[in-house]
Design a binder for this molecule. Structure first.
Ligand code: SF4
Length: 160
């Protein structure tokens, strides 16, 4: 059976930094869930972060791949460097995908972990910029196809 790694917050789990979720209204996702195709994971919770937690952003001018290679950091809005824990979350996401046979991932866009098309600026000013989060970068490096919650139809076409 095809398996899809999915950001746990997209299934209504209140695991985001502020204790909220990002439920998607999609009959496709409901069908996949009912068929046992979805493998939910929050990489940040897996890496030991609590909920709620301070918001974190990849440093300005850098992206997920730079964090993975050690050339960039991720900082909470209080200045704490949490790069190591984010990289741990990314490696746990790759491990989970491999162990459960996921060749696809459906991730919540905008997150410093799960972002697939954009992340926040790095200045904690609410602005965004194009680019990948650290989990997305790690999954892509390992050959897993990644889609955001805005590309569910595209993922469905790919599965047909
Ligand atoms: Fe967890 Fe990813 Fe959702 Fe952030 S976007 S809460 S890391 S699953």
């Amino acid at each position: 059976m095809t398996k899809i790694l999915i950001s746990a917050c997209l299934l209504g789990r209140p695991v985001r930094y502020n204790g909220s979720s990002l439920s998607v209204e999609s009959s496709l996702v409901s069908d996949w869930r009912n068929s046992g195709m979805l493998v939910p994971l929050c990489p940040e919770i897996a890496a030991g972060f609590p909920t709620p937690r301070p918001p974190a952003e990849i440093e300005h001018g850098k992206l997920g791949p730079d964090v993975l290679s050690g050339e960039a950091s991720i900082f909470e809005n209080n200045g704490r460097d949490v790069s190591e824990q984010f990289v741990l979350g990314a490696s746990l996401a790759v491990k989970t995908a491999h162990e459960t046979g996921c060749r696809f991932a459906l991730l919540a866009d905008g997150s410093p972990s799960c972002g697939t098309t954009f992340v926040y600026s790095g200045h904690h000013d609410g602005k965004t910029r194009d680019g990948l989060g650290v989990v997305t970068a790690a999954l892509l490096e390992h050959g897993i196809e990644v889609y955001s919650q805005h590309r569910i139809q595209e993922l469905a076409s790919r599965l047909r």
